[in-house]
Design a protein around this ligand. Structure first.
Ligand code: ASP
Ligand code: MG
Length: 410
């Protein structure tokens, strides 16, 4: 008997019929003698619908009330799924996040899980029940309902797997696994049999929407074997685990990309020891999230600093900088919108020099201008024009031979 945490995403529970289908899958897993904890998302696009309703009410809804509103989506699914299981004669009980003992820090909209008190879940598992838990939500010390950020049900599932010492966590979604790149944009994208935690973490952080980055972080920290597969199609998914011994010869394993990148240049800052620290403290105090940073010395006395942010924070960022102009002493601000970030990822890069050079060559050959670069041990990201994004991904996918079948799984 294994204890398994399964998570079903919005599409997988998008209608009464789909919920019945999920119930049938759970019935099978139970019949195999497994102990099951099931985490579900809100039905279909219902979280978006709730967000939209709030927007109709006010432009700036209170974060507390947003959490109150958005947490209702998952509560609909848990109860319906419990009913569907009861109908099949399977004992099941649904819990909201707070009933399941999921504690979070005191922050609304994007709270982190701080602790999970598993007593109640353990007791019901002990009673032979399937435990169904609402994803994406928790409760603070002071009793406030919080949500974990969009896509956060993945994180609920992995955190529960860790707290309940489950033998694995299975994420069921509307795609059949993790692909070398997004198959909606690149036809040649190929499903990976497996990928390491670190590679998946980079992929998720760099825009591959398949998993919530924090879920991968949890899985890595607690060494939870994670599987991503489709709830609709019966085929093996992708395993995310510590060391992937296959494909040693493939240095790049995946390509992630995202648009919504804007580059800001603050020109003519005084070339002082604290120029960078003053500028970025000002931004961070105002919760502006900065990604890539580049510094150029324009002359003896001045530096230009460029950084990337999301499109949506452009207006605010400029306002903040303008307001701090006398303190920062820059001469002007420039910005460039409609950019995108394309990243190649692979653990093999650590020991293979020349990967970045290869990437730049491929882009140059295709007349794609690189605006910014950033690297880590296992990734290289470039910022390009948004209109070049898909071509860049296609050409890199081809150049790094990502469409080719993997070597035998070891
Ligand atoms: N329902 C939430 C969302 O749409 C959480 C999730 O599905 O993971 O973001
Ligand atoms: Mg998701």
């Amino acid at each position: 008997m294994a204890r398994i945490v399964q998570k079903y995403g919005g599409t997988s529970v998008g209608s009464a019929q789909r919920i019945e289908h999920v119930a049938a899958r759970i019935e099978k897993a139970v019949a195999h003698g497994n102990e099951l904890v099931v985490v579900v998302s809100a039905m279909g696009k219902s979280t978006d619908v709730l967000v939209d309703l709030a927007k109709q009410m006010t432009e700036s809804p209170s974060k507390r009330e947003m959490d109150m509103l958005l947490s209702t989506g998952e509560q609909v699914t848990i109860s319906l799924l419990a009913m569907a299981l009861h109908k099949r004669g399977i004992e099941a009980i649904s819990f909201t996040g707070w009933q399941a003992g999921i504690k979070t820090e005191e922050s609304h909209g994007n709270a982190r899980i701080s602790d999970i008190q598993t007593d109640r879940m353990e007791a019901e598992l002990g009673n032979g029940k399937v435990v169904i838990v609402a994803g994406f939500q928790g409760v603070t010390q002071s009793g406030e309902i919080t949500t974990l950020g969009r896509g956060g049900s993945d994180t609920t599932a992995v955190a529960l797997a860790a707290a309940l010492k489950a033998s694995r966590c299975e994420i069921y979604t509307d795609v059949t696994g993790v692909f070398t790149t997004d198959p909606r944009f690149v036809k040649q994208a190929r499903k990976l049999h497996s990928i390491s935690y670190d590679e998946m973490l980079e992929m998720a952080n760099l825009g591959a929407g398949v998993l919530h980055p924090r879920a991968v972080e949890f899985a890595k920290n607690y060494e939870i074997p994670l599987m991503v597969a489709s709830s609709m199609v019966d085929e093996p998914g992708t395993m995310i685990e510590e060391e992937v011994t296959m494909e040693q010869n493939l240095v790049v394993r995946g390509i992630a990309f995202e648009n919504d990148v804007t580059k800001i240049t603050v020109a003519g800052l005084p070339n002082k020891i604290d120029a960078l620290s003053t500028l970025f403290s000002t931004l961070s105090k105002n919760q502006i999230n900065v990604d890539i940073i580049i510094q150029n010395q324009s002359d003896d006395k001045h530096v230009d600093i460029s950084f990337s942010i999301t499109q949506s924070s452009l207006k605010e960022t400029i306002a903040i900088l303008e307001e701090a102009k006398s303190e920062l002493e820059f001469s002007s601000i420039h910005y460039e919108e409609d950019l995108a970030k394309v990243s190649i990822i692979g653990s093999g890069m650590v020991s293979n020099p020349g990967v970045a050079a290869n990437m730049f060559n491929v882009l140059a050959e295709n007349d794609i201008f690189i605006k910014m670069v950033s690297t880590s041990e296992i990734k290289v990201s470039v910022v390009v024009k948004e209109e070049d994004m898909v071509l860049a991904v296609e050409m890199l996918h081809q150049a790094f031979q990502l469409a080719e079948e993997e070597a035998a799984v070891v």
